[in-house]
Design a protein around this ligand. Structure first.
Ligand code: SF4
Length: 477
C-alpha cells in the first residue's frame, strides 16, 4: 500500500457445497484482508438455518478454532470491511443476516449505493425499520417485499431499483448468489473447488484454497448456485440505453487489488508494470535510482525502471505491523505515522538522484512527509512519479476519498503541488496512458475520480455535506 492512507473498502467470499465451508471462507477472507481491515464476518448455512459470527478486527482476530463449531453447514459467505470513522459498531459489520417471511437471508456487499438515501426514506415511509446504518441493508428490505414468491425473484427484482456499486454475495438456507452491478464497478469472480462453487472479490482468494478460476461474474449478472447447478439472470438486460454502460473501477488496478489477482480480465501486477512503463515514457527523468513506495508502487516502479533503464532500488522499507491502531489527528502525529510506516535506507539514497514511484497523491501531506524522509536520508534530487492522473473528484462507489476541498489536485495545479511537496520534478500519468495499460477497451472503465465524469447520477458535494445526508452512511462497504 503506497498512496496516502487511502482506506481500503470491502472484500466478499462465498462457497457452496463444501463440508468445511466456514473454514474455507476464513481462508478466502485471509487472502482478501487487504480489502478491509476493520471488521470481518462469516455466515454459514446448514440447510435449515443460517449461523453468523462477526466482529471488529482482522480475520485472524475475529475467528478462532472454536468459531467453526458455531458455523456448521456446507455453504457460507464471508466479508471483510473497512468502515469510515464513527461507524465501527457491530451492527454495521457484515454479513448482514435477517429472517423474514420467506426464510433467512444474509448479505455481504462490496461497493456503495448512490441512491441509498432516497430508497431508505421510501422504505421507511412504508414502515421498514432499519437495524443498521449501512446502505447494504436496503437490499434486504427490497428483497423482503411480499410481492415476490421466492428469494430468487426478490433478489432479481430488487437489484433493478438500486443505483451505484455493488458486488454481492448472498446466502439463503439452500442457495448462494453472486451479484454484480450493471457497471461492474467492483470485481467478483466465480471459481470451482472440487464439486464446490466459490465466489470471491479477487482471484488471489482462489489461489489460496486451490480453487480453479472459471470466469468473472459479468456486469449486471445474478449468478444462482444451488443443488440444480449454476444459472444466471440478467435483470438489467435492455437497460444499456439508460446509462448502464460497463464502468469498472480503474483504481482497483492502480491501487486496491492484489497484484497476484486477475480482475477485469487482466492480471493486476502486469497492469501496474505497464503503468510504470508508460509513466517513464511520459515523464522521463535523469536519475540514479528508481525507488517504489511499497507495496502498491512496487510494480509500477519496476515498469518505470525497465522502460528508463534506471536501476530499481528498494530504498524504502515498510513496517507491515502498524495496522489500524495508530491514528493521530495532529499533523505531528501523522508525520510520526509516516515514519513508523516507511523508513528510507540511507546507504541506498544518500547523494543520489532518486525517482520515487507512488500510486497516488490524495491530500499531499503524506507524500510531503515521505519527501522529507528522503531528504533527511541524503537524497540529492527527488523526482516524484505517480502511476495515475491527479485525483480531482471524490468517489461515490465505495472508495473513501476525501471531499473535493481536501483533494490537493482538485485545488492546486501540478506546479503548485510540486512546490508544496518540495520535489525537483513531479509527473502524473495521463488518463489515456493509464487506460492503455489494460487489455480492455478504455470505455469499459470508470475514471470519475480523475475526470469528474460519473457513470451514474450522484449527489453533488453540497448534497453530500447536508446534515440530513450524513444521517445515513453511504459507505456500507
Ligand atoms: S471514482 Fe475512481 S475510485 Fe471510484 S469507482 Fe470510479 S475510478 Fe474507482
Amino acid at each position: 500500500m503506497g498512496g496516502e492512507n487511502i482506506p481500503h473498502h470491502c472484500g466478499v467470499f462465498g462457497i457452496y457445497n463444501h463440508p468445511q465451508a466456514a473454514r474455507i471462507t476464513q481462508l478466502g477472507l485471509f487472502a482478501l484482508q487487504h480489502r478491509g481491515e476493520e471488521a470481518a464476518g462469516i455466515c454459514s448455512s446448514d440447510g435449515d438455518e443460517l449461523h453468523l459470527i462477526k466482529g471488529q478486527g482482522l480475520v485472524g482476530e475475529v475467528f478462532n478454532d472454536g468459531s467453526f463449531d458455531r458455523l456448521p453447514g456446507n455453504h457460507a459467505i464471508g466479508h471483510v470491511r473497512y468502515s469510515t470513522a464513527g461507524s465501527s459498531i457491530l451492527t454495521d459489520t457484515q454479513p448482514y443476516k435477517v429472517e423474514y417471511s420467506r426464510g433467512q437471508i444474509a448479505i455481504g456487499h462490496n461497493g456503495n449505493l448512490v441512491n441509498a438515501q432516497i430508497l431508505r426514506a421510501q422504505l421507511e415511509a412504508y414502515g421498514s425499520i432499519f437495524g443498521s446504518m449501512m446502505d447494504s441493508e436496503i437490499f434486504v428490505h427490497l428483497i423482503a417485499k411480499p410481492a415476490y414468491r421466492s428469494h430468487e425473484e426478490g433478489i432479481v427484482e430488487s437489484v433493478k431499483r438500486v443505483v451505484g456499486a455493488y458486488s454481492l454475495v448472498i446466502l439463503t438456507e439452500e442457495q448462494l448468489y453472486g451479484v454484480r452491478d450493471p457497471h461492474g464497478l467492483r470485481p467478483l469472480c466465480l471459481g470451482k473447488l472440487g464439486d464446490s462453487y466459490v465466489l470471491a472479490s479477487e482471484t488471489c482468494a482462489f489461489d489460496l484454497i486451490e480453487a480453479k478460476f472459471i470466469r468473472e461474474v459479468e456486469p449486471g449478472e445474478v449468478v444462482v448456485i444451488d443443488r440444480k447447478g449454476v444459472r444466471s439472470h440478467f435483470p438489467h438486460k435492455g437497460m444499456e440505453g439508460m446509462g448502464h454502460q460497463i464502468s469498472q473501477c480503474i483504481f482497483e488496478h492502480v491501487y486496491f487489488a492484489r497484484p497476484d489477482s486477475r480482475i477485469f480480465h487482466d492480471n493486476v501486477g502486469l497492469v501496474r508494470e505497464r503503468l510504470g512503463h508508460q509513466l517513464a515514457k511520459e515523464h522521463p527523468a535523469k536519475a540514479d535510482i528508481v525507488i517504489p513506495v511499497p507495496d502498491s508502487g512496487t510494480f509500477a516502479a519496476l515498469g518505470f525502471s525497465r522502460e528508463s533503464g534506471i536501476p530499481l532500488s528498494f530504498g524504502f522499507i515498510r513496517n507491515h505491523y502498524i495496522g489500524r491502531t495508530f491514528i493521530s489527528p495532529t499533523e505531528a502525529g501523522r508525520s510520526i505515522k509516516v515514519k513508523i510506516k516507511l523508513n528510507p535506507i540511507r546507504e541506498m539514497v544518500e547523494g543520489k538522484r532518486v525517482v520515487v514511484v507512488d500510486d497516488s497523491i490524495v491530500r499531499g501531506n503524506t507524500a510531503k512527509n515521505r519527501v522529507k524522509l528522503l531528504r533527511g536520508a541524503g537524497a540529492k534530487e527527488i523526482h516524484m512519479r505517480i502511476s495515475c492522473p491527479p485525483h480531482v473528484s471524490p468517489c461515490y462507489y465505495g472508495i473513501d476519498f476525501p471531499s473535493k476541498k481536501e483533494l490537493i489536485a482538485a485545488n492546486q495545479s501540478a506546479s503548485m503541488i510540486r512546490k508544496f511537496l518540495e520535489v525537483d520534478s513531479l509527473g502524473y500519468l495521463s488518463l489515456e496512458g493509464m487506460l492503455a495499460a489494460t487489455t480492455q477497451p478504455p470505455s469499459h472503465f470508470c475514471t470519475a475520480c480523475f475526470s469528474g465524469k460519473y457513470p451514474t447520477p450522484v449527489f453533488d458535494e453540497q448534497d453530500k455535506l447536508k446534515p440530513e445526508n450524513k444521517k445515513v452512511k453511504c459507505r456500507g462497504a
